[in-house]
Ligand binder design. Structure first.
Ligand SMILES: Nc1ncnc2c1ncn2[C@@H]1O[C@H](COP(=O)(O)OP(=O)(O)OP(=O)(O)O)[C@@H](O)[C@H]1O
Length: 712
């Protein structure tokens, strides 16, 4: 059965006549679901009032209040978000087998068969009958995975088209029998993919594809790594996986925590609405720089040369730091004398050295080693006291451990270590670096990482991004930190081995979703292959998967950008775009001196159509172009100044180095050769920039194009 009441490929188009009865029936179900959602929320809010003071202790009360607040927030009815987006029809008794009334599924059992509505959230009526099933529930899997070859018992899959929240179209896909239906599951998907983009990223929950769903529902214990060309849905998969894991393992992950790590704050601003739209309002999202910033270092203010960054990011630095830290414990030269009443007990240097060696061999964290040393010395003193006839107990042990002379010996033998100071000394003092880097970094490499001006203290030092990972490495050697349950790392190809180690430590007993594209690696330390990066993360066992269907960029544009691939990532195949869009790409030459005019005109034209417009240029050029747009009266915001620019303006001026992960309906690229020439991995940067457009890419230049892009 198929009832396309309106054109399913254009759910926003005005309806040709009165809605078909089928549409009216579905609208009625949508209205029921909304009403039920409101009632569910009201119930949570009412509970908050009536139980306000029932539980006596303040702490429990606060926890309960917070839990109710979170639950009520999850149940807020978002007026633009339809209550469901899909329906599965089964033969009677296939899904809901228990007696009517017992299983809570009676309303879904219709004379025609069992019926499951799939939506962003579970909605049930006051009697407990589900009206909409959460897309993450096992019963929803068939919505994403069933095919005619493998129908998973589904007779028909129905997709809905909406205009805002108003249901305007249905598209049926029979999965059994001779009927092949109207759309075969394609037209609403095509409409969704082609939909003009405005503002920040949206969820893709209604159209997740089978290969993506497989990744989204991977078990919590399993780490995965997704290599995917631009626009293949990596970010979307990562975010939906988080939502799925929170649903499937809510209690466990609430205890251990989940974190999303993205490349920069613009990107985080771009993705920040996706999880809340899926009902998940409390997931941490951060950048690796933010993650590694400590009160001791403050945010990084220093910059490294590409060579220094590469060396500081190299995994060899882990051993340099380990050596620098562990060079601090020293065997004493003096005898330790502990006064107990009239008795003076002596522990000789040789005995103390033995204790020290034994503790070092046990590889305890540096910080814990100091305490253990104090205990071991106290133990030795107590043995002497007992041998001399004194009765000792725990109190004696504690007194000796805290004895001034013992503490002084511990401080001398095993000095307290401030991680920032350990690294500061290494980067400021050539002799200290030479000692720790012997056989690891050659003299040229040592010179490259040393600060030009030694810093006086951690607060005044001009720490770089790379330095933060070194401080983190030292901090971990001093004190181990607890592991999170799951971490999603986006644009992971840009992480240094040292940053990978820092992230890996934060999920040592949890799992990771690693997302990236080797061809888009632009940092000096960017990864050349995934197995090496995964090893640095401490997850060599992660399952490596490739996504190769491009959902963002039309074939014409991806073919053009992919001309750069042989030079930047020879092993990688270009993605297969799911759609073609003739006329989506234009390359235009402006007369010398007339580029800014051409750019302003292109932006103005693009604004006349629907959707967002991104003007992307080399970082050094964006300020002047933005001024030019302002002079023309065009309402542009600069992404560098306003990380939330995508949500606040249709026209955004973007530095090439901030374009990663973003997308716009129309992209205007100004002077590609200057983007390519601006940095050592400029060709990769240009590849990123050329792959941001959903509908239209206009390349404008007055200088010659890079050779790969020049030929027509
Ligand atoms: N199954 C899908 N249905 C609809 N849209 C999709 C689907 N998968 C991906 N998209 C859309 O394609 C675009 C690109 O997705 P996303 O940003 O996740 O890709 P990516 O692989 O992370 O890209 P990049 O490497 O450029 O960062 C987004 O607009 C996303 O919503």
């Amino acid at each position: 059965m198929s009832v396309p009441a309106a054109d399913p490929a254009r759910p926003d188009a005005p309806e040709p006549g009165p809605p078909a009865p089928e549409i009216l029936a579905e609208r009625a179900h949508a209205a029921d679901a909304r009403e039920a959602l409101r009632t569910m929320r009201q119930k949570v809010l009412d509970t908050a009032t009536s139980q306000g003071d029932v539980v006596g202790d303040k702490y429990s009360n606060a926890v309960l209040r917070e839990e109710r607040r979170r639950r009520a927030e999850q149940l807020v009815d978002l007026p633009d978000v339809p209550p469901f987006f899909g329906r599965l029809d089964y033969a009677p008794g296939t899904v809901f087998e228990a007696d009517p009334g017992d299983d809570g599924f009676t309303a879904a059992r219709t004379p025609d068969g069992d019926r499951v509505y799939v939506g962003r959230r579970h909605v049930q009526d006051p009697a407990g009958t589900p009206l909409v099933i959460d897309w993450r529930a096992p019963v929803s899997v068939a919505f994403y995975r069933a095919t005619r070859a493998e129908p998973m018992r589904v007779r028909n899959r129905r997709r809905f088209g909406f205009s805002g929240a108003l249901l305007t179209a249905v598209e049926d896909e029979p999965l059994q029998g001779a009927d092949t239906g109207s759309g075969g599951g394609g037209e609403l998907l095509a409409a969704e993919i082609e939909r003009p983009r405005v503002g920040p990223m949206r969820d893709i929950v209604a159209t997740i594809q089978p290969e993506q769903d497989d990744l989204v529902r991977t078990a919590l214990e399993e780490s995965v790594c997704v290599q995917g060309a631009p626009g293949t849905g990596k970010t979307a998969v990562g975010l939906h996986r988080v939502a799925y894991l929170l649903y499937a393992h809510r209690d466990r992950l609430r205890r251990t925590g989940v974190l999303i790590i993205g490349p920069n704050t613009s990107f985080l601003s771009y993705i920040k609405g996706v999880l809340p739209a899926l009902g998940e309002v409390a997931v941490g999202q951060t950048t690796v720089t933010e993650l590694l910033t400590t009160p001791a270092t403050g945010a990084p203010r220093g910059a490294d040369t590409p060579e220094a960054a590469r060396i500081k990011g190299d995994a060899r630095m882990a051993e340099v730091i380990r050596r620098a830290l562990w060079a601090r414990p020293r065997a004493p030269e003096e005898t330790l004398v502990v006064q107990r009443g009239a008795r003076r007990l002596r522990i000789y240097p040789g005995e103390l050295a033995d204790i020290l060696d034994e503790l070092r061999a046990r590889e305890v964290p540096y910080g814990a080693g100091r305490e253990l040393l104090a205990h071991r010395i106290a133990h030795t003193v107590l043995s002497r006291l007992e041998a001399a006839g004194e009765v000792c107990d725990d109190r004696t042990h504690d007194q000796v451990r805290r004895d001034r002379a013992v503490r002084a010996a511990v401080n001398a033998m095993w000095p307290a270590a401030d991680p920032a100071k350990v690294v500061l000394t290494l980067l400021s003092d050539p002799a200290a670096l030479a000692a720790a880097a012997e056989g690891l970094l050659d003299p040229g490499e040592q010179r490259a990482v040393l600060w030009a001006r030694p810093a006086r203290g951690p607060k005044s030092a001009r720490w770089s991004e790379a330095d933060l990972a070194l401080v983190d490495e030292a901090a971990q050697l001093v004190e181990r930190r607890p592991s999170l349950g799951h971490i999603v790392v986006d644009e992971a190809q840009d992480l240094s081995p040292m940053q990978c180690r820092a992230i890996g430590r934060r999920c040592a007993s949890g799992s990771v979703t690693v997302l990236g594209d080797i061809a888009q690696g632009t940092t000096p330390w960017a990864a050349d292959d995934w197995p090496t990066l995964l090893a640095h993360l401490g997850k060599p066992e992660a399952r490596l998967t490739v996504l190769d269907r491009g959902y963002r960029v039309p074939q014409q544009i991806i073919s053009y950008a992919s001309r750069l691939l042989p030079g930047i990532a020879p092993g990688l195949a270009p993605p297969v775009a799911v759609r073609r869009a003739p006329g989506s790409l234009t390359v235009e030459r402006a007369a010398p001196g007339a580029l800014a005019d051409a750019v302003a005109a292109a932006c103005q034209e693009a604004l006349a159509d629907e959707g967002s417009v991104g003007l992307i240029a080399a970082d050094a050029d964006t300020a002047a172009l933005a001024e030019r747009l302002a002079a023309e009266g065009l309402p542009a915001l600069s992404q560098a100044e306003r990380p939330d620019a995508l949500g606040a303006s249709r026209l955004v001026v973007v530095d090439a180095t901030l374009a990663k992960g973003l997308e716009f309906d129309t992209v205007v690229v100004a002077e590609p050769s200057r983007i390519a020439a601006a940095e050592p991995r400029g060709a990769r940067r240009l590849y990123v920039v050329l792959t941001r457009a959903v509908s239209r890419l206009r390349v404008l230049h007055s200088e010659p194009l890079p050779a790969e892009l020049a030929a027509v």
